[in-house]
Design a protein around this ligand. Structure first.
Ligand SMILES: [Zn+2]
Length: 464
């Protein structure tokens, strides 16, 4: 197994693409169950099927991948369904053939096709080299199989006393659009510094910390062996099982919306932060922790902007603010491409997620944090999990503009409550409304009470 993987990575290094000799998806089907009911969801749970629909809504369709054995069980159970793709191996083969054919052409832009881990490293390095005064790249640490995990820091004026915005991609290996759109965002920020006044200001006013490839082992494996691999490469009892990194964070670890079964796609691992990839993540942000004001965890797909909490349906104290600022991201997306991303709390919009990164950032630092599910909307009309490569650039433009809108919110004057970039009477009126609603934003002195001291504190803010 080890040797085979080693050979596989060597193959990729020489741009000889293609999954290894085995055909892991032979006979696997993508099916669509037309209406999600409690009985259907429970039946699929017992199958440990690979569910591809991120947003399960009662009575709406669910897409999933089934092995031949699982499909036999579905037939036995008599579950109503349609077959979207009869042979997923053929879908994977066709994708690999397309990528190989395009690798030989010089009229294909970098963001016009999905890229291997090696190609990413070359690109990141060249982005940083283009403007080393504001960008740096380091190996934050190593994955469970020893692959480098990159951290890229952008900082316009070099100050290290300002708010920090953390953005990570690719906790889930197969979500190829996630590192692609994130790399596009990094590149656009670096190239815009000094020429685009808005980007220049936001890189001067904030420090940006990107972890564009949290799960390099899984990502590489999704190129060489199993296209639809999601987790890391944790071995358990000599078998490759994998831990779902986005269930391994230390926030209600092991709770609802995660699984103790190593075969599950949402296996939470042996304990909070048991996985090296997340330990590396922690070390990468260790020195900036107290300055982190915002965080994004980038995934595909479904076009969602999801705030804490994921582990409980209880509303977080800052839900109103998370929704308002989250809408700024969605507005940016809309202006970028016209796509509509829905904003809301993870546990109410999506499903329960315990041990997720976005909850942890909010809990640990009080950072405004979201899980971004990029395009396309579900259910997927094409066979296969991943969108065609012509979706990379629009996804990148959406992530970039949404992210810039968030950065503008994070750097706004604290008394500019109506967000018009001016301090006017309307900010006072907005403050009074928030104060009356007992919104945490009106508790200026953060003592848990809404009293005259907050009015005075707002006055002082306004004057400052
Ligand atoms: Zn994901």
């Amino acid at each position: 197994m080890k040797l085979r993987n080693l050979l596989a990575s060597l193959c990729v290094a020489s741009v000889a693409l293609g999954q290894t000799g085995e055909r892991p998806y032979e006979g696997h089907k993508q099916i669509r169950v037309p209406a999600a009911t409690r009985a259907v969801v429970e039946a699929l749970d017992t199958l440990e099927a690979d569910i591809w629909t991120h947003r399960i809504v009662p009575m709406r369709p669910i897409d999933l991948r089934l092995s031949p054995e699982q499909y036999a069980s579905v037939l036995e159970l008599g579950l109503a369904h349609v077959v979207v793709a009869d042979d997923l191996q053929a879908v994977v083969d066709a994708e690999q053939a397309r990528i190989a054919a395009r690798a030989a052409r010089d009229d294909i832009g970098w963001y016009d096709e999905y890229r291997t881990l090696d190609e990413y490293w070359v690109r990141w390095q060249s982005i940083v080299d283009a403007n080393p005064g504001i960008a740096s790249i380091d190996v934050a640490g190593r994955s469970i199989e020893g692959r480098d995990i990159p951290v890229i820091v952008l900082n316009g004026d070099g100050r290290t006393d300002k708010p920090v915005f953390v953005i990570n991609a690719c906790q889930h290996a197969r979500e190829w659009l996630s590192p692609a759109a994130t790399t596009f965002t990094i590149e656009s920020l670096v190239n815009g510094y000094g020429s685009d006044p808005r980007i220049t200001r936001l890189l001067d006013d904030m420090e940006w910390v990107f972890l564009p490839m949290v799960n390099p082992d899984g990502f590489d494996f999704s190129w060489t062996d199993e296209r639809f691999w999601r987790k890391n490469k944790r071995m358990i009892d000599d078998r490759l099982r994998g831990v779902d990194l986005n269930r391994n964070w230390d926030i209600n670890w092991g709770g609802p919306g995660s699984s103790s079964s190593p075969g599950s796609q949402t296996f939470h691992g042996d304990g909070p932060f048991s996985e090296p990839e997340l330990q590396v993540f922690l070390s990468a942000i260790d020195s900036v922790g107290d300055r982190i004001v915002g965080h994004l965890d980038v995934h595909t797909h479904s076009q969602l902007v999801l705030s804490p909490w994921g582990y409980t349906r209880d509303a977080p104290a800052d839900l109103a603010e998370l929704n308002e600022v989250g809408e700024a991201f969605a507005d940016g997306v809309l202006d970028a491409t016209g796509a509509i991303y829905e904003v809301g709390q993870t546990a109410t919009v999506l499903y329960l997620v315990s041990g997720g990164g976005s909850d942890w950032f909010y809990d640990e630092f009080g950072a405004l944090s979201w899980t971004i599910e990029l395009r396309p909307e579900g259910p997927i009309t094409l066979p296969g999990f991943d969108p065609p490569p012509d979706q990379i650039l629009p996804a990148g433009e959406e992530l970039l503009e949404g992210t810039l809108r968030l950065a503008e919110e994070f750097t706004r004057h604290p008394a500019d409550l109506d967000r018009d970039d001016r301090l006017t009477l309307f900010d006072y009126l907005r403050f009074q409304a928030l104060w009356a609603e007992r919104d945490p934003r009106a508790d200026i002195d953060e003592n848990g009470e809404f009293d005259a001291a907050d009015l005075a504190a707002f006055d002082a803010l306004f004057g400052s």
